[in-house]
Design a protein around this ligand. Sequence first.
Ligand SMILES: [Zn+2]
Length: 444
Amino acid sequence: MLIMLRGLQRISIYNILRWRAAPLVLTNPNRIRIDISSNSQYLKRLYSSVNNNQRNSVITDRPKLNIDLNSETIKLVFDDVSVVQCPFVWLRDNCHCSNCYELSSGQKQNLLENMNLDIHPLNATIKDQSVIVNWSDEHVSEYPLSWLRDVKFPAATDPEDERRYWGSEMTKSKVSTFSFNEIMSDESSLHSWLLSLHTDGINIVNDLGNDDKNLVRLANMVTHPRTTCHGVDFGIKPNTLDPTNLGYTGNRLGLHTDLVYYSFVPGVLVLHCITMSEDGGLSEFADGFKVAYDLQKEDPETFDVLSRVPLAYLDDGVHGMSKTNYILMDQKPIIRLKENGEIKQISLGYPHLNSRMSVGIEDVKKVYKAMKTFYTALYKEENLVSFKLHPGEAVCIDNTRILHGRSKFTIPHGCQTPRHVQGIYIDWDEIYSRMRGIRPIHVY
Ligand SMILES: [Zn+2]
């Protein structure tokens, strides 16, 4: 696709694109050729840029500009009140001219070894909608005022970071439910589904019918599924002769998170019910974040063990895709914390606990006690949610937060598939990336 722009339109689009990395070719003074045929990302960047009102708004007030050598910042005062401080080294580093910034990839192309930490402006002026800086390294940079006005240290991260913790009040009718057909045809439905998954850690997608490939279609709406040792997607059905996983029996499955033996655990698990057993086979869930935060208040010593001591996990088998033997191993604490002390991840996969423990002999009983305390807390009446999935429904769970299990069910004699659930994983990076693609936020 080729767009030919002239006159005023040329200037405004050019101003957008030079900051958003589209390949431009100046053919003659009145024409810019924008080649977006080679990569649809250029078009997306253009759109997200156009949608971003703040970035493209015209600054009517002329800000006051001051070079402060003491704090090594350029200060800009907008509307006589809002002060924006731009450190010299950062401002020079964020020059988006074609020498400093590779336009088509949107990546910095200076080498870090050439960075001058003591760089300073010789002068800086405001011209039209830009600040022009003459640097001590003889480079000249131009920064749009609309971009500078949003500068903040530390910069804001994604705004939608709220979680809603829950206990047994989260009955099936209270779990947010989304339609497969709507998600497949409408990006705002897709966004709502993913946002709800972030907020609650659990939701339901219905209208999936009995086509066991619909989960792959659903995951492809995000980007792609996460392939694991179980393959791209996997059927969980009882195999009475040779079960390779407890999931493939009719036994009760205790609450757990999946694939704890991976260092990079899959973010989201989606389980699509194709057929359901008449007796038993109830799905069980508990909000690991809620239980862990409660435990932190009630029993800080146990919380400390759970968040500090790593458990070793192991799984081996035949890889679902390559058919080669695999041996997956990792060590992680049940509760992982962020740098600020908030809970980042819950991992508990007791069936895969490695008999070769990662703790000293003096800690063995203490670790078992902490693990059992956490597990018991998950099953407290106020924490446990259980309901039956019906054919055509999929339950979606945050595998870094929610623990899931299943009650026992009977396998009638001669019946091969009394209960068939199809599963797939999707990673959080892909989900958040897709959400940002649908609702652009200020990330550059
Ligand atoms: Zn530059």
